[in-house]
Structures are given as structure tokens and as C-alpha cells.
Design a binder for this molecule. Sequence first.
Ligand code: FEO
Ligand code: CA
Ligand code: CA
Ligand code: CA
Length: 599
Amino acid sequence: KGRPAGTGKGLRFSPVAPVPADVDAVTVPKGWTWSPVVRWGDPLFDDSAEFDPTAQTEESQLGQFGYNCDYLDVLPLDGNRGRRAVAVVNHEYTNEGIMFPPGTDADTVKRVAMAAHGLSVVELRRQAPGRPWEYVRGARLNRRIHVQTPFALTGPAAGSDLLKTADDPVGRTVLGTQNNCAGGTTPWGTVLSGEENFNQYFVANATPENARYGIPSTPGGRAWWTVDPRFDARQPGYENEVNRFGWIVEIDPEDPDSTPVKHTALGRFKHEGASIRIARDGRAVAYSGDDERFDYIYKFVSRRTMQPGNGKKARAHNKTLLTEGDLYVARFEGDSPASEIDGSGDLPADGAFDGTGRWLPLVRDGRSMVAGMGVAEVLVFTRLAADKVGATKMDRPEDIEPNPVTGKVYCALTNNTNRGVGSNPGVDEANPRVTNREGHVIEITEKGNDAASLTFTWNLLLVCGDESSAGTYFGGYDGPVSPISCPDNVAFDSTGQLWVSTDGQPGTIGLDDALHRVTLEGPDRGKVEQFLAVPREAETCGPVIHDRDGLVFVSVQHPGEDGSWADQHSYFPDYVAPGSLSGGRWGGPRPSVVQVHRA
Ligand code: FEO
Ligand code: CA
Ligand code: CA
Ligand code: CA
């Protein structure tokens, strides 16, 4: 699809100055501008209701773009002609406190919020390449995937007793997906999406497994069972409903009638997302982080190899690649003496946080590699399996993606304020700061640069912060850099430069969350340049860098999330009079996909 990676020239821009955290604006470089592509509530179908935040219903929301957009990709539908594309967007969660007028009945709030979760598939069009896009209401590929959409379970745990419920006695079909955070587009054109903090929607029996996944045993949280009883997994016959979330899902945006799937072979945890690189022998390798303090980085290696081309037969084959293969978890070993890793973030004597690593098998050749656990148990209770094999406890692994130009793999470790505190694990060379507020970015080079290798080397590319933060490191670059804190999503442009979006800068360095470009190769390695900032109380998600087209896309998630209906903190993206509604524009915050282009 399109030209190969590594052939573009990259974007030219002057970095924006850091933006204070109370600024309710999208801030872009001089000479650039931005516009929304699709906003919360935009009608997707011909018969969708118009957006009216004072009168949303479950039905209207199911016909509209969902809330809190996160993972995003914009995929061409017409090769290099550049006039048609399809956007695939995750909707991670909802902010009920700012979405609904006071007095909205609790049942409606819950049903609308549930309907605003999931994913949207939306066709885009434009007049010519290089111009901004607009979404197409009623287009053929438009689709909402939500919490009642049937998913097929695939892989070794499908059909196991651990996945059976009263409604699905064969354990092969799950209704819905939720808390879809980051994701990845596969080389065969489908989209993977991670079910992340699925625990907060449930109440379940107190078991060691449920405890390890943070699933509450007393009612609280989002309490979806009040309108959909299966989310009360204490009920006889529904104990396993909670095991049916926490997976990587795969959807085919080019086939609106396709049944999306949940791949058990990739394990169950709080998947931030997953992204694919093809190994030398053609097998598909999926990298995935478990976003929790002291949790792990995983990779899956498919049994079968990818078939080239985008024909019907190849695509159908490639859509089965993630159903069967080996699952590993990462162990990182430092090469500096432990005494030199003092928790400050100061570099050890060899001048780098670096070392070697191994992928420890959890499932291999269809067999469990974990004592006392069968294959289905390893895949459903993957965290407990990884605990047993000595994997390295990381500082919240968020997005992990291979660089399409160099093959090196980058993982954002967003922060971990519990590192080294009380009885929690202390520092190691891969997680070298105590009370790590600002996070770091690790660079992994697989042995022989082959994604299927079982050993690797690694180093910390960035130890994040600003000038006032302790122990920062910017890849050895000693010129000025933009401050960066709490890295979350990673992406690459056509030249193989890294782009990093943040989630949490307001709380750590008092700045609006941002999108940065990071130079990886040459004398400027480690140079961080801020491209944009998102509005007040928002995080920056889903960066997509179409540098050949002069376009950058981001999902603006949870703008104004600390406000209330009566005291909104953000008016993004419509910026009309507070509370007003006309011509589809609303005076309140709307999570949206935006595009940034030259003015
Ligand atoms: Fe949903 Fe880990 O961010
Ligand atoms: Ca070292
Ligand atoms: Ca994230
Ligand atoms: Ca995050």
C-alpha cells in the first residue's frame, strides 16, 4: 500500500514552545493550522441522530462517533491517488461528569456511556492529496463496534472452560469490547486494538486471579451490571465473563460485515495495544505492553508465515496468523553494577542504561512452558504465568512498536511512582529511577535484527522530564530539547523518526500534553522537538504521521475531564459559546480526531 517506508524527507517545522496546562487550545507550529476530522457525536450513518448532548440516547450514540478517541490510523483506500481513506479509531472510556446534564437518569447515562465505548470505522475523503480530510456520513465502510458487537474467540483458549458462560456455553463468542486503548495496523491491512483497563467495569468473586487483574470484588467503578447483568461476574454462570475481556482484538476495516475476533494466543492482560513486525522467515511477531506498574512486555510469534500481496486469498490467510504461535515475556539484564544504579537517574559509569535481554517462553509449540499451568490457563491468566518465570517488572509499558525503517523496537514506559517505595520492587538498569514520575523510552534491538530472535540488546533512549527534573537523558544529545514527560504512544514517520505522545504532563511538569518528534539516528540522536500541544486536561493519542502528505493526525482524548456540566474546562474543538448548540457545534468538550496541516 503506497510507497515503502524510508523514502520520505520528513516534516519541516519549528518546535512549539511548551504550553502551560491551563491553555484550552490545540497549539501547532508557526505556519501550521489544524481542523477536526471527526468529533464525539458526529453522525456516522444516514439515519443517525444529530448530536445533541442534552438528549443523547443509547440509540443515538450507537449511530455516532464515540467518546475518548485513542488509537487511530488513517488507511488509504485508493492507493496513491490520495482522495479516499478510512480511519479506524478506538474509544477508550467516557467522562460522564461532563457528558450529561445534571438530572439525566442513571440508566440513560450508563447506556449512552456504554454505547460510546468501542471503535469507530469512518471513511474520509478530500479533493486532492495534501489537502485536509473530511469524514463521509453514510459511507459504505462506516461502522460502530461496541459492547454488544459479537466477537469470535480464536486460538488455544477458545472453547476452554475458562471462557464459558451461561450465555455462551461453548466459550467461543463474546459480546463486545471495551477500554480499547492503543493498537496497531497489521501488514495485511487489519487493525489490532488492546482491551486495557477492562477490570473497572466488573464486580467478581475474590480469587487470586481476579485480584492479580485488579478486578473488584465489591461493587464500585463503572458498575455496568446495573444495565447489563453479565458484568456482575459473581453470578452463577457468569464467573468467567471477566475472562472474556483483556484481549487483543482484530478488526477488518475493509469488510464492514466481518466478525471481529479476540486472539487468545496473544495472552490476556491490560493490553495497551499490539503492533506487528514480520520476522526474516515471514512469521508475524506481535509486541504488546501490559500497562500496569510493575507489569511486563510480551511478544507473540506466529506459527505460520505471512503470504505476500493483498489478494483475497492472502488476506484471508494472514487474518489467521495471530491464532496460533508462541508467547514470550521479556527479561531485561543490565550491564552495569547494581551499585551504580542508585535510583537518581544519573547514568552509570559506562554512560548508558543498557544491557541484554531474553524472551522467556510462556507457550511454545502448543505447550505450556509454565509449571503447574496448562496452555489455556497461561493464556487466560497470563500475568500469573509471567510472574512465575522471572520476567522484568517494568514502569508501566504503554505503546510498543517496531520502527518500519530500522526494525528497532520502541516502548514507552509512562511512569511508576511506586518504584522503590515501601515494599515495592526497587530500581534496575531498565527502570532506573525511584518514584519514576516522568517515565522513559526503551529501545530494543533484536539479535540479528530478526523479530523472531529470542535474545536482544536494549538501551534507554530517553529518561524523560524537563530541565528541573532529576536524572533526565536525551539519547546523548546535548543541545536544547523540548520538555517531555509521561510518554504513552509511539509512531514513526516515513523517514523512521520516532514520534511520542504524552499522557500526564499537566500533573508532572505543568504543561499541556504534547506530541514530540525524536531524532533516532546521527549526531542529533535524542533531540526532542515538540510539534503540538492538546487542549486543557486532554492527553495526546494515536499520532499518525503522514509526512509525505504534510499531515499529522492526533486523537484528543478527555479534554476538560476535570470539569463538570455546569463548569466545563474545555470548549475544544468547536469553541462556541459555552453551552450553545447550533449547526452541529457545541459549547463543551468533544474528544475528536484532528489533523494538522500547513496554514
Ligand atoms: Fe490507556 Fe495505557 O493508556
Ligand atoms: Ca550500562
Ligand atoms: Ca495509552
Ligand atoms: Ca496512558
